[in-house]
Structure formats: structure tokens, C-alpha cells
Design a protein around this ligand. Sequence first.
Ligand SMILES: Cc1c2[nH]c(c1CCC(=O)O)Cc1[nH]c(c(CCC(=O)O)c1C)Cc1[nH]c(c(CCC(=O)O)c1C)Cc1[nH]c(c(C)c1CCC(=O)O)C2
Length: 346
Amino acid sequence: MTDKLLLRALAGETLPTPPIWMMRQAGRYLPEYRATREKAGDFLSLCYNPELAAEVTFQPIRRYGFDAAILFADILLLPQALGLDLWFVTGEGPRMSKVTTEADLARLKPAEEVHETLAPVYETVRILADGLPTETALIGFAGAPWTVATYAIAGRGTPDQGPAHALIAENRPLFEALLARIEEATILYLSAQAEAGAEVVKLFDSWAGSLRGADFDAYALAPARRITAALKARHPGLPVIAFPRGAGARFEGVHAATGADCIALDDGVEPDWAAAHVQKDGCVQGNLASRHLVTGGDALVQETRRVVDAFAGGPHVFNLGHGITPDADPDNVTRMIEAVRGGVSG
Ligand SMILES: Cc1c2[nH]c(c1CCC(=O)O)Cc1[nH]c(c(CCC(=O)O)c1C)Cc1[nH]c(c(CCC(=O)O)c1C)Cc1[nH]c(c(C)c1CCC(=O)O)C2
């Protein structure tokens, strides 16, 4: 039996204190992250520099002693490895060359060729696997095909994923061919991360919430199910966390529909509801609203306890509902961790 709390929770154990980590725990709210990023140059140079990417991954572990480290990289490195240009506009976010025609699709590289670009990421994983404290689990990750496709189709982030929905309406076969290529590459990418030492993998479907009805089944659940099955066939026992952000009532049934060991919840669902409707089927992760790490105070402690208490009856990994924001106060993270581990109330 492992002594890593994250792995125990993912295996279905109900623990007296849930393991804790945070989405975007290596990020701009930390002065040490900003200093390392400065040294690297820009964000992508940091992602492709194994020593520095490992360094920023270690930083929140050293500062807070989280139960898990998440590989420092980005979900958009994969479409870049498939041949799309990627760059980040400061203050605005990612930009990439678009895939909206058959000719664009034909220019993408075969899935097996992604390793060439992504080799530095695997090196980062190896450095982390060697250097993390023995009690800290290492999480690898990728974007889910739908979320990655929304960026590749729009060439940028979009509030409503309008361009991707428009492509579904206008040329569903092209959309599905793009999704299939991303899915195939994602399996190879996550599998290589597991070989390099990732002990858990997480699939980020940040824009799953804009898929409705049969499209949610076909483009969020089904790819997650196939990716999970393919990974478990290659790496027996590898735990998978699925994060169909914004799924709302459709979080119910996602364990069974995907085969994932844990479902990460955003803060759009109430913890009590999620305990009854989602945690009944297995481990859940989440779901404190990130803004409490900006505002702090009694509300931070109360909300943290409310989340912990709601999920205390089953396997739970404490986390935020989405990433920590750059304006968060690092001291509020300490208070949140104390509220989870110390059980201090209100
Ligand atoms: C949609 C998405 C992306 N990237 C990611 C997602 C899915 C999760 C989510 O919904 O947020 C996932 C991601 N991005 C990053 C990580 C690293 C691991 C971690 O600490 O969580 C992970 C797991 C680093 C990052 N990825 C990014 C940063 C900030 C870059 C910087 O240092 O300037 C970090 C730390 C940049 C990024 N990367 C992306 C966007 C839209 C942006 C710009 C928005 C922003 O600036 O926050 C794409």
C-alpha cells in the first residue's frame, strides 16, 4: 500500500484528512514563480526548459507541502507539437494558427511525431520523479480533445467556443477528424508522461460546459473514456482524473461514462449536491471557489470547511474549482491548507 495520500484517495479510500493540491499551484501569484519565469524569458521558453519547469513545479511543494505536484507545462503544447504555431500575448492569452479547412487538417503532423517537440516535457517529468519528496505524488496532464480543439479552431481562447460550435454545424466530419487526431496524440503524450514517471494523469476539459446533449456524450465523455481505457491498457493501475468543467448536473454519471478514477468538480456545483450525486460513484476533487484566495478572511476558512465536511463521507481530493488567480495572496493559501489539515472551524 502506498503512503501517498493522493494515490490512496484516488484508489477509493476515505481519509480523515483529504490530500490537497491546487490547479495552477505553480503560477504568477508566487514571487518565486515570477522570478524564474523572468529568467526563462517567456512562458513557452519556461515550459520547454526542463530544469526551470521542474524548478517552478517544486516551488509550491517547498512552500506549502502539497500532497501532489502537477507537471509544469500547458495544454496547448500538444497542438503545437502537431504543427500549429503557438504564441502568448501578454495580458490576453494564447494565440495559435487555426484548423478550419481540410487543407489545414492535412498539414497537421501524424500523432506519433509529437514526441519530437514534447521530449523536454518528458525530461521535466523525469527530473520531478527523481526529486520530489517521497510522500508527494506526481500528476501529468493534457487538455481533453474538445478543449484543445476549441483553441485550434478559433486560433485563441473564446468565451463561448463559438467558432468550434460553428465548425460542428458546418462541417462535422472535419471537426471529428480533428478531434480524432488530437485524441490519438493525447494518448501517446500521456502515455509517455507515465513512462517518464507521472503517477496520475489529469485530463482538462475546461470548455466541456458548452457541449450539450449528444454533443457532450460524443465530444466530452467518449474521448475521455477512450483515452482512459487506452492509458489503463498500457499502464495498468494508472489513475486518471477527468475534469469536464462546467458540466453542471451532467457531472452525475461521469465516473461510469469515462472510467476515470476521480472526477474534478468546478465550483458551479454545490458540494452537498456533488457528494450525493457524483461522489456516490467514486472519488471527487474540488471545489473551493478560487476567489476566496484573493479575498481571504473568515469566508475562506468557512468555505474551505464546508467543502471538506460535505465530502468527508467518501474519497475526496481537496482542490479549487479552477486555477488560482495571479491576484491571490500566498498567505491565504497557507490559511486554506491549515483549514483543511487542522480542521479549524469558522
Ligand atoms: C485552458 C488551459 C490552458 N492551460 C491549461 C488549461 C486547462 C486548465 C484551465 O482551464 O485553466 C492547463 C495548465 N496551464 C498551466 C498548467 C501548469 C500546472 C499547474 O500549476 O496547474 C496547467 C495544468 C500553466 C500556465 N498556463 C498559462 C500560465 C500563465 C502564463 C504566465 O506565466 O504568464 C500558466 C502558469 C497560460 C495559459 N494557458 C492557457 C491559457 C488560456 C493561458 C492564459 C491565461 C492565463 O494567463 O492564465 C491554456
